[in-house]
Design a protein around this ligand. Structure first.
Ligand code: ACO
Length: 322
């Protein structure tokens, strides 16, 4: 059976590194609170680059790594909750800049699980033979929808993009994937768009900023990640011992610790880079994957699990043989 194998990867963050001390100058917080409650020490904040520009830089690296030309691409998916515009899709902007004229391109909105959803969709197209070369990007400029007066959220987020190229393989690739949603819990994590405004309605727009019920999201996150990991292990006929690393969504290092503790597995198997990058939503998983490869932590034949959760609410995981 044809599988979707990862053959290229890339990652990019803006060059403006911001430490916790800076945040203490704009809200009532402390370096100690942020570090102990979240694990975050720094994050990278855009000084003007928009989501498509971050996506493009990560995409170019992934293409180079896979020895593909942009013209070879059949499909481009950008997972984001912070697109440049409602339309065109950020994926179309990336397509134009790359010159990937043969590809069809669209965005996926599934909160911080968006990259996992994107992998799942691209893999389906590859497995059924409709697509050969797919580019999946997770890209966000979350700091443009951050409420900089809300200490509960503004300390958490950063900007960045990560990308992978997927191609058909008989030998390796995505062995199992799973996605879930719970729309009835939508209120726990929101970024409003525009309300209905026309000659018949004159509703005032709510500020388009993130609001979150942190503790409820925390509890949901632990359950959703655990369930997603168990599901792909079962569907992929694997045991946790077969897995070299889990690459979890980087929202809070304590969430990751809780998942490992509840599963009674070694927490060192859960990769984390939240300390330096913060929470970049749909970009955290591909950014971590790119970082791990550049550090030589992953080798051919390794099995890994990428697992995420986010607004929607949404969750999901993929089990991949590299
Ligand atoms: N600095 C100092 N104090 C703070 C700050 C801050 N930045 N933020 C909140 N506090 C205070 C609160 O006001 C509260 O004070 P009180 O006890 O006097 O009322 C106290 O700290 C504890 O607040 P909690 O909300 O209970 O803190 P908690 O330990 O739950 O940590 C956090 C908050 C970090 C948001 C945590 O709940 C969390 O990580 N939740 C999950 C968030 C998440 O996963 N989001 C991911 C999805 S979103 C996305 O990825 C785009």
């Amino acid at each position: 059976m044809i599988k979707a194998a990862i053959t290229g990867w890339g990652g990019y963050v803006p060059n403006n590194q911001v430490n916790n001390h800076f945040l203490t100058t704009i809200v009532d917080t402390s370096d100690d609170w942020i570090k102990t409650r979240t694990g975050i020490k720094t994050r990278y904040i855009s000084t003007g680059e928009n989501t498509s520009q971050l996506a493009l830089k990560a995409a170019a690296q992934a293409l180079k790594q896979s020895n593909l030309e942009a013209a070879d691409l059949d499909l481009i998916i950008v997972a984001t909750v912070t697109p440049d515009s409602f339309t065109p899709a950020t994926a179309c902007l990336v397509q134009a800049e790359l010159g990937a004229s043969k590809a069809f391109a669209f965005d996926v909105t599934a909160g911080c699980s968006g990259f996992i959803y994107g992998l799942n969709i691209a893999a389906s197209f590859i497995e059924n033979g409709k697509v050969k070369n797919a580019l999946v990007i997770g890209a966000e400029v979350l700091t443009k929808v951050t409420d900089w007066t809300d200490r509960n959220t503004c300390v958490l987020f950063g900007d960045g993009a990560g990308a992978v190229v997927l191609q058909p393989s008989y030998y390796k690739g995505i062995l199992a994937s799973y996605c879930g949603s719970a729309g009835d819990k939508e209120g726990l994590l929101t970024i409003p768009a525009v309300p209905v405004r026309n000659p018949f309605v004159s509703e005032q727009p709510a500020a388009s900023v993130i609001s979150m019920q942190g503790q409820k999201v925390f509890k949901f996150a632990v359950k959703a990640m655990r369930k997603s990991i168990d599901k792909v292990l079962e569907d992929g006929n694997c045991k946790f011992a077969d897995i070299k690393y889990v690459i979890p969504h980087q929202a809070n290092t304590r969430i990751i610790d809780f998942v490992a503790r509840k599963m009674r597995v070694d927490k060192q198997k859960f990769y984390r880079n939240i300390e330096s990058l913060g929470n970049t939503s749909a970009a955290t998983i591909p950014l971590a994957f790119n970082e791990m490869l550049s550090q030589g932590l992953l080798n051919k034949g390794d099995k890994i699990i990428m697992v995420g959760f986010g607004g929607g609410l949404t969750w999901g995981a993929v089990l991949v043989e590299l």
